[in-house]
Write a protein that binds this ligand. Structure first.
Ligand SMILES: [Fe+2]
Length: 328
C-alpha cells in the first residue's frame, strides 16, 4: 500500500509565486524503519520531484535517519548519480564519512557562511544537495535557504541594467588555495586537496584542462582564476536563476569586501560596482528562509533553484550537519 505524503507548515515559510518555500513533509508515523523509508521514497518519487522542482527545497522531518549510514541510504533512495567531494573543486574543508556523505563545512562556529549555490564558482557543480542534521546546535546554526529565481526577478525589476550586465558578461572568480588545509577558514582547502593532485606539475595540468589561469605565491599557495562562468542560468522552463557565489564571496571571503575585484569581476575583467553587490545581498534577504534544524531533519535542496549558507552558532552541543551531493 502506498503511504501518503503528509505536508506540514512551519513558521516563516515563504510564499514564492504559486509555491511554498520550503516544502515541509513530516512523517505521520507510518514510516517506522529505514526500509519502509526507502520504499516510501520510491513510491512517491514523482510527487517528491515535482515538489522539489516547484519549491526548490524540501524539509523531511521525523523520518528514521539518525547517522551518516542511514542518511546515505535515505539520499541513495532517490537514485541520483553521486557527486563526490573528492571529485569536486570545493574550497571548503570537509570530512568524509561514507563515499557519499561528508561534513557540510568545518569552519568554526562563529564564522557565517553566506548564501551561495554549491560550487557555482567552479566549472563543475552538483544539481542537488541533501543536508542531514545529526545534531543541532544549542543556539543558532540555521541553514538559510534563498530562492534564486525570485532574487533575479526582483533584481530585473529594481535594476534591469545591472541584471542584464550579470547575465551577458558572466563572472570570473579568483581563489587562493593554501599550501596546507586551514581549518579556521570557510575556504581553507589546500590546492593539493582541492585539485586532487600531488605535485605542482599535476596542478598546472589540471588547471590548464579546466581553462583556469594561475599564479604560484612565494608561500607555496596558489592563486587561480576561473574561465568565464555564468552569473545567471536559464533553467529552460522560463525560469532564470542568479546562479553564482557573489554574495558568499563579497560578504565572506577574506579581504573581498574591501577589494571585490581581488576575487570577483565580470567575465570581461571589468569591476562589479559595490552598489550592485550590496543590492543583490539585500534583495536576497527578502527571499530567504532560515531552516531551524532539529535532530534527524533531512533537507533536499535543488542547487539551481535555491542558495544556501550557514548561520553562526553557539553552545556546548556540537552542530553536526552532513551533506551528500548529486548530479542529474
Ligand atoms: Fe555550500
Amino acid at each position: 500500500m502506498k503511504t501518503a505524503i503528509n505536508y506540514a507548515e512551519v513558521p516563516h515559510q515563504l510564499q514564492c509565486g504559486d509555491s511554498v518555500f520550503p516544502r515541509v513533509i513530516v512523517n505521520d508515523g507510518s514510516v517506522t524503519n529505514l526500509s519502509e523509508c526507502e520504499r516510501w521514497i520510491n513510491d512517491n518519487i514523482d510527487v517528491l520531484e515535482g515538489a522539489l522542482k516547484s519549491s526548490g527545497a524540501i524539509l523531511f522531518r521525523g523520518f528514521p535517519v539518525n547517522s551518516a549510514e542511514t542518511f546515505d541510504t535515505f539520499s541513495n533512495a532517490f537514485a541520483y548519480p553521486n557527486f563526490t567531494y573528492k571529485e569536486s573543486l570545493s574550497n571548503a574543508v570537509r570530512i568524509n564519512f561514507t563515499e557519499r556523505v561528508f561534513t557540510a563545512n568545518e569552519a568554526p562556529k562563529e564564522v557565517e557562511i553566506y548564501l551561495h549555490h554549491e560550487m557555482a564558482q567552479t566549472p563543475i557543480s552538483p544539481s542537488k544537495i541533501f543536508f542531514f542534521c545529526k545534531s543541532a546546535a544549542n543556539e543558532g546554526g540555521a541553514t538559510p535557504l534563498c530562492r534564486s529565481d525570485m532574487l533575479f526577478a526582483e533584481l530585473l525589476k529594481r535594476a534591469p541594467e545591472v541584471a542584464q550586465e550579470f547575465a551577458s558578461k558572466g563572472l570570473k572568480y579568483t581563489t587562493h588555495m593554501p599550501a596546507e588545509d586551514d581549518l579556521r577558514s570557510g575556504q581553507g582547502r589546500s590546492w593539493m586537496s582541492t585539485l586532487s593532485v600531488e605535485s605542482k606539475e599535476q596542478a598546472e595540468h589540471k588547471l590548464a584542462e579546466l581553462k583556469y589561469s594561475w599564479k604560484w605565491m612565494p608561500d607555496g599557495s596558489l592563486k587561480a582564476t576561473t574561465p568565464v562562468l555564468p552569473a545567471v542560468v536559464d533553467l529552460g522552463n522560463g525560469v532564470k536563476v542568479f546562479y553564482n557565489q557573489l554574495i558568499a564571496a563579497y560578504m565572506g571571503w577574506k579581504g573581498v569586501k574591501e577589494n571585490p575585484a581581488s576575487a570577483i569581476t565580470f567575465g570581461d575583467g571589468s569591476h562589479i560596482p559595490v552598489a550592485a553587490l550590496e543590492l543583490v545581498t539585500s534583495i536576497a534577504e527578502q527571499f530567504t528562509f532560515d531552516l531551524p534544524w532539529q535532530d534527524g531533519d533531512v533537507a533536499l535542496v535543488d542547487n539551481y533553484m535555491a542558495m544556501h549558507g550557514r548561520k553562526p552558532y553557539s553552545g556546548e552541543r556540537k552542530r553536526e550537519v552532513l551533506v551528500a551531493l548529486a548530479m542529474n
